[in-house]
Design a protein around this ligand. Structure first.
Ligand SMILES: Nc1ncnc2c1ncn2[C@@H]1O[C@H](COP(=O)(O)OP(=O)(O)OP(=O)(O)O)[C@@H](O)[C@H]1O
Ligand SMILES: [Mg+2]
Length: 252
């Protein structure tokens, strides 16, 4: 049985000036699943991901048509964008810890929201680091700079920082592309445990990764979603010839 629909886009078009980067995207993304976006460079994966927490608002000359329904409400309408970005957190390609201690990296968001109680902050820091599978590695150095962590640890710290805001959805744009294979596997394992609590949407250039970790996969090509289905179906028996050509490495 399918999980509850979290995001539902209807005829979503996005233009950067005259250039149409997304073409009539209709997609349902379900709760407690990992959804992967694959496709060649420049096909619109990051653009679509950024639509889901209105990060494209920060880019000039973007024009969006169609609907993005999140929990029943169109997020392009009159909504609280800060609140949306709390509910829909984002992890970027390059780990970007703040130049402060490990503890403060995690406590920063809750503090900005007005939380001052030290005991509560301590709990959030510990819980978030545990959920991001980093606690054991950093529990004895919480007051040391986050910049002293390895790349893979920094990325898990960024995931913990997102978790500390208690999001419902976590967007990840190529979160392991800067990491070695072992750090990558740790993040992949982590996603399997996180999807029990959150909705995870990940952009990846690695077919192996999409195959290993996602429940559903969308194949993008030149701004269109060519095929969106259960991951095993996409990788073993795709309906569209272009999907098959891409996953077998014939182009892209
Ligand atoms: N800020 C921008 N202004 C103008 N055009 C943009 C902007 N951002 C992206 N584009 C264009 O929109 C298209 C889709 O870009 P996008 O970054 O979404 O692709 P992508 O699938 O994430 O690619 P990659 O795999 O290389 O990250 C590309 O043609 C890109 O040049
Ligand atoms: Mg991208």
């Amino acid at each position: 049985m399918d999980n509850k629909v979290k995001f539902n886009t209807k005829n979503l078009d996005l233009f950067y000036g005259d250039f149409q980067a997304l073409k009539s995207i209709n997609m349902e993304i379900c709760e407690n699943e990992v959804t992967a976006f694959i496709g060649p460079s420049g096909c619109g994966k990051s653009t679509f991901l950024r639509c889901l927490n209105r990060m494209n608002d920060l880019i000039d000359c973007v024009d969006i048509k169609g609907e993005i329904i999140f929990d029943g409400k169109d997020i392009n309408g009159d909504i609280d964008v800060i609140n949306l970005r709390t509910r829909v957190g984002m992890v970027f390609q390059k780990p970007n810890p703040f130049p402060m201690s490990i503890y403060d990296n995690i406590a920063y968001g809750p503090k900005c929201q007005g939380l001052k109680d030290k005991a509560k902050l301590d709990t959030i820091v510990k819980d978030s680091l545990e959920r991001a599978a980093l606690w054991d590695e950093v529990k004895d150095r919480l007051n040391k700079s986050a910049l002293g962590l390895s790349g893979g640890q920094q990325q898990r710290l960024c995931i913990a920082r997102t978790i500390a805001m208690n999001p419902e959805v976590i967007l990840m744009d190529e979160p392991t592309s800067a990491l070695d294979p072992i750090a990558t596997l740790k993040i992949e394992d982590l996603m399997q445990s996180l999807k029990k609590l959150y909705t995870i949407i990940i952009v990846t250039h690695s077919m192996q990764q999409a195959g290993r970790i996602s429940d559903k996969t969308a194949f993008f090509l030149m701004g269109e979603v060519i095929e969106f289905n259960e991951t095993p179906k996409i990788f073993t028996n795709p309906d569209d010839k272009r999907t098959e050509d891409y996953i077998t490495g014939r182009f892209g």
